[in-house]
Design a protein around this ligand. Structure first.
Ligand SMILES: [Zn+2]
Length: 494
């Protein structure tokens, strides 16, 4: 008898946990009260809007890392759940003056946070390419160049060529460079706003010798550039004073769960969301000055936690990489940093299911930005259906949402990457009531709807991660070719 019992128990131990479908596994872990608990904490007044670089954002990061720990999600960065990032906060100049050949220039901005006080000769170097320096001695002098490249003065050419021009000038011993930008007023306003506000950017190593002051002058119709084309020297008087920077540390929170399939586990699905928001600002009529960011993006952050809890408990065939980004509201800084400094090679990442939210105006749907741009659409649609939700693609194309969230940092590398969002049918007044407002509080949410929305996300995660067929861009998509480049092969058709 005893013998039989032991044999019986032995067999039981080897039996797989049968009968548990992906739907049941989803229902087992996605619970409304857990969702509420996470959102109420992340969007609490105590976290003061989770602005990148603040202590409160770090507290949010610690909470997320410890949620990963609790859910059996493993660190991937030498035992740490954090990917530390150094940003710089650029302070605009307090004093700006420029005159060329005795004429005062009004539309003048410094662009890399460096001060300069110069009164001397400037040398015009055409488009500032290597060949333009032949026969010119610019050592210790200021150089002035046209923005853009020969035959191409447009904005993009100007932005793309700027860094090389600065390096070329520095290599020839110039002490600073001014670009003359033949541009419209609209673009100039954008540049000037950037230059004259304090803003966060990735930290630049300014111990390197090519970091010379880089400035820009608006030169509509290239009047100045053409007038300098045949002059040997220009008298320049340039002052940039009070510009500076301070350093700010922040972190992405990253963890993984290994897949169960011996082959498919080499492929990863990224589940991502930004956890930062916009901090505090002017108090409204109700004296509320905290932008709690419940919708944007405590909800997205918690959908990823939900997937982490579920997959930590019931691993999928493919491996899972969970990334919670900092710095999204400052210009997708955290996701860009990750995509440029991945902790696991990007060509192993076959899909990125990002989650970001502005708000909702329809509780019968989930809105997926870029739904039909990847072959995983069928899983997202069928999963939502199980919980009574319909799915629609981006209804507000004019907002350019696909290119405005962290998914694009991965899409641009070739990884199929839509963004899962709360149901909205237009970017209308109902959305704007909460979007980037102090009213975006956790007590204004419909948690019955959220429960369905979260279950739909988690089930879609499971179906994508368990599908024998690897997801890819749909044919004709603008990132399709990038994907083929990244993975070194076309998707396998089955
Ligand atoms: Zn936002």
């Amino acid at each position: 008898m005893k013998h039989l019992i032991i044999i019986g128990l032995g067999i039981l131990a080897f039996l797989p946990v049968h009968g548990q479908t992906d739907i049941e596994k989803t229902k087992n872990t996605v619970v409304k009260s857990d969702i509420e608990g996470h959102i109420y904490f992340l969007a609490s007044d105590e976290l003061r809007g989770r602005e990148t670089g603040t202590r409160e954002a770090d507290i949010a990061a610690a909470y997320l890392a410890n949620s990963f720990r609790r859910y059996n999600v493993k660190p991937v960065n030498n035992g740490s759940y954090y990917q530390d990032i150094k940003f710089q906060m650029n302070q605009p100049a307090s004093k700006l003056e420029a005159s060329l050949n005795g004429t005062t220039i009004e539309d003048f901005v410094p662009l890399n946070g460096q001060n300069i006080d110069y009164d001397g000769t400037a040398i015009f170097v055409g488009y500032g390419e290597e060949s333009d320096y032949t026969g010119k001695n610019v050592k210790g002098k200021l150089v002035i160049s046209r923005a853009g490249t020969p035959g191409n003065d447009d904005v993009r050419a100007a932005m793309n060529s700027a860094e090389n021009k600065r390096k070329t000038a520095a290599a020839h011993g110039a002490i600073g460079i001014i670009e003359l930008n033949n541009t419209t007023s609209q673009f100039w306003r954008f540049i000037a706003r950037q230059a004259n506000s304090s803003r966060l950017t990735p930290a630049i190593d300014d111990t390197s010798s090519d970091q010379i002051p880089y400035m820009m002058i608006k030169d509509t119709d290239a009047l100045l550039a053409n007038s300098f084309a045949n002059t040997k020297r220009i008298n320049a008087k340039i002052t940039v004073e009070g510009a500076g920077k301070t350093y700010v540390n922040s972190k992405n929170v990253v963890g993984m769960v290994e897949g169960t399939d011996p082959k498919l586990k080499d492929e990863f699905i990224i589940y991502s969301a930004h956890y930062d928001h916009i901090g505090t600002g002017k108090p409204n009529e109700a004296n509320d000055s905290i932008f709690n960011g419940a919708r944007d993006n405590a909800i997205g952050t918690v959908t990823v936690l939900s997937a982490a809890e579920n997959i930590g408990k019931y691993p999928t065939k493919r491996s899972a990489l969970f990334i919670l980004f900092t710095g999204e509201e400052k210009g997708l800084l955290g996701s860009r940093y990750y995509a440029d400094n991945p902790l696991i090679p990007l060509d192993k990442m076959v899909y990125c299911f990002n989650s970001d939210n502005g708000g909702y105006n329809d509780t019968s749907i989930a809105t997926i930005i870029g739904l039909h741009r990847t072959t995983a659409a069928k899983h997202i649609i069928s999963a939502a259906k199980e919980f009574g939700l319909n799915v629609i693609d981006d209804p507000a194309g004019e907002q350019g949402l696909f290119d405005r969230s962290d998914n694009v940092s991965f899409a641009a590398k070739g990884i199929p990457a839509p963004t899962y969002s709360l149901g909205f049918t237009a970017f209308d007044a109902e959305i704007n009531k909460y979007y980037h407002k102090t009213s975006d509080n956790p007590d204004t949410l419909d948690y019955d709807y959220l429960e369905k929305f979260f279950k739909s996300y988690v089930l879609a995660c499971r179906r994508i991660a368990n599908d024998p067929q690897t997801p890819f861009w749909t044919e004709g998509d603008k990132y399709y070719k990038k994907g083929v480049e990244l993975y070194g092969k076309s998707p396998v058709k089955k």
